[in-house]
Structures are given as structure tokens and as C-alpha cells.
Design a protein around this ligand. Structure first.
Ligand SMILES: Nc1ncnc2c1ncn2[C@@H]1O[C@H](COP(=O)(O)OP(=O)(O)OP(=O)(O)O)[C@@H](O)[C@H]1O
Ligand SMILES: [Mg+2]
Length: 284
């Protein structure tokens, strides 16, 4: 694995008070017509941390990722990436911020008419890279990272669901983003394939120190990310002793959206030991 270390965005250090978060929402509210989707939601994600976003369908998880990408603007509150408020920025000012983020959309969303190679090369060409030898080197490298180099010339329609997700991840990481946003990356996959995707997410986090927001409906995935770390020797996940709480080896925390609010925010242990009836039902 020779991908260069992902650089944390400027001024992003960790979650400690007073230090800049990689991604931060401050009292964000957003409504579509009369429907209040988010209502006073706040959280911070520090460098190298993972935030797992949970919530029933329609609770605003995808909307929240779109706010972080600057594709939607909040009605109230602030969305900050690397300490910068996105609200006053023009599309051209948003561009370099978006380039630091990789997104794996719900359903994978590859370009059907482009080969695997061209799908992955897309962001490099968009950035204006012209040196084909360099493009090929980078595309091969990330496809190797997700173990899909053999499928370089295939079209998306020829791939399985798990393979498509892998290519989506390769496409998202080709320009070495410091922040990864995953929207339901394992939805619709069998448990074994889902696990291979979790391994990739953990590998990016633990090898490249990528900060991530992971939307998932699968608690098993959330716990895998919270309790395991990537081991290069094992080429897979190994258990960590800590509870994944802040400041530990695997800094993972959870946010549960409910009726537009951040109903729960805390560590794995806090979530699994909660007496709250709604959360207990949600986790069951
Ligand atoms: N562009 C839009 N215009 C109007 N309403 C929207 C728009 N985008 C999202 N919504 C509404 O916002 C709410 C939250 O949608 P969102 O897609 O974030 O849900 P979600 O939590 O991602 O659900 P799922 O788990 O099914 O993916 C839904 O009621 C949805 O209909
Ligand atoms: Mg969604």
C-alpha cells in the first residue's frame, strides 16, 4: 500500500475543546416546505475520527451529508468544514473544499456508461490532470487498495453489488480526501460482502487517518467499526481493547437522528448500555 498519507485539513486537529473540528455542525436546522427535517443539530468530528450516523428512514441522514458537501444550505445554524463556514461560499469557493471530501453515495451511483477505469479516473480528470501515465498509476493504485484492479476494463453493469461499492470507494479516494462520507455503504449487501466493505472503511481510517462519517442502518457494521482496527498483517479487522471512546485507539462515536434532532450522541458503550426505550427498540 503506497497511497500517501492523507493530510488532515488545515487547522483540523482533534476533538478537544478549542481545537478545530474537521467537520462541525452548529445548531443546524433545515425544512423542506412545511417539513422540518433537521432541528438544532450540533456535532463535531475530529481528525481521524469516525462518526456513525443512525436513524430511521427519512430521518435526514442523507440530507445531513448533503449539507456537509455544501449541496444544501441550512435555514439556521452553521456547517463548518476544516473550520470554514460553508454558507457564504460560492460554488467556485466550495470546489476545493469538496475536493478534500470523498463521498460514497447511497446505492453506489457509478456512471453506467463509463468503465471502471474511467469512473475512478473521473475526479482526476475533473481536477484537470492530463498526464495519462500518472492517471493510470493512481487509478490502479486505488483499485488495488479495494482489490478491484482486475476489473479495470469492466462496465458497472458487469459488476456485483459488492464490487460496485468497492469501485465507488476507489472513485471517492482517488484524490486522497481527508474526509470520507459514506451513505449506507453496505445496504443491500450480504453480511460477508458487507464485512469486506467495513474492512475497507477501517483500513482508510487506520492506515490513512481519514476522518469519516458513516451513515448506516446496520448496527453490526457500526459496532465492527467501533470495536475493531485494521491490521495489515491479518489483512482484516482485529479487536481492540478499548470501547472505541474518544481519545482511544479507534475514536468512534454515534449520533442517532430522531424527529429532526440529535436524539443521542455518545460512545459505543453509552449507546449499548442506554436505558432509553426508543434507543433500546432501535438497537434491538
Ligand atoms: N431535495 C429535497 N426536497 C424535499 N424534501 C427532501 C429533499 N431531500 C430530502 N427530503 C426529505 O427530507 C427527509 C429526510 O430525507 P433523507 O434522504 O435525508 O433521509 P434518510 O435518513 O437518508 O433516509 P434513508 O435511510 O431512507 O436513506 C425526507 O422526508 C425526505 O423526503
Ligand atoms: Mg438516505
Amino acid at each position: 500500500m503506497t497511497l500517501p498519507e492523507a493530510e488532515p485539513p488545515p487547522r483540523a486537529r482533534d476533538r478537544s475543546e478549542g481545537q478545530t473540528a474537521v467537520v462541525e455542525l452548529r445548531h443546524v436546522s433545515l425544512a423542506f416546505e412545511e417539513k422540518q427535517v433537521l432541528n438544532d443539530v450540533s456535532f463535531r468530528v475530529g481528525a481521524g475520527e469516525t462518526l456513525v450516523l443512525l436513524g430511521v428512514t427519512g430521518s435526514g441522514k442523507s440530507v445531513l451529508l448533503k449539507l456537509i458537501l455544501g449541496l444544501l444550505k441550512p435555514d439556521a445554524g452553521q456547517v463548518l468544514v476544516g473550520g470554514q463556514d460553508l454558507a457564504p461560499l460560492s460554488e467556485s469557493q466550495l470546489y476545493p473544499i469538496r475536493q478534500r471530501m470523498g463521498i460514497v453515495f447511497q446505492e453506489g451511483a457509478l456512471f453506467d456508461s463509463l468503465s471502471v477505469y474511467e469512473n475512478v479516473a473521473y475526479r482526476l480528470r475533473e481536477e484537470g490532470l492530463k498526464d495519462e501515465a500518472r492517471i493510470e498509476r493512481q487509478v490502479r493504485e486505488v483499485l488495488r487498495f479495494v482489490e478491484m484492479e482486475h476489473a479495470l476494463e469492466k462496465m458497472p453493469a458487469e459488476l456485483s453489488g459488492g464490487m460496485r461499492r468497492r469501485v465507488s470507494i476507489a472513485r471517492a479516494i482517488v484524490n486522497e480526501p481527508a474526509i470520507m462520507l459514506y451513505d449506507s455503504p453496505t445496504a443491500g449487501l450480504d453480511p460477508v460482502t458487507a464485512h469486506t466493505i467495513n474492512i475497507l472503511i477501517a483500513k482508510l481510517r487506520d492506515v490513512q487517518n481519514v476522518s469519516s462519517l458513516v451513515v448506516t442502518q446496520r448496527l453490526a457494521d457500526a459496532y465492527a467499526l467501533a470495536h475493531f482496527t485494521y491490521s495489515a498483517e491479518q489483512q482484516g479487522l482485529v479487536a481492540v481493547a478499548s470501547d472505541g471512546g474518544l481519545g482511544r485507539r479507534v475514536p468512534t462515536h454515534f449520533l442517532v437522528l430522531r424527529d429532526g434532532t440529535a436524539y443521542f450522541s455518545g460512545s459505543t458503550d453509552e449507546l449499548t448500555s442506554t436505558p432509553d426505550p426508543y434507543l433500546r427498540k432501535f438497537l434491538a
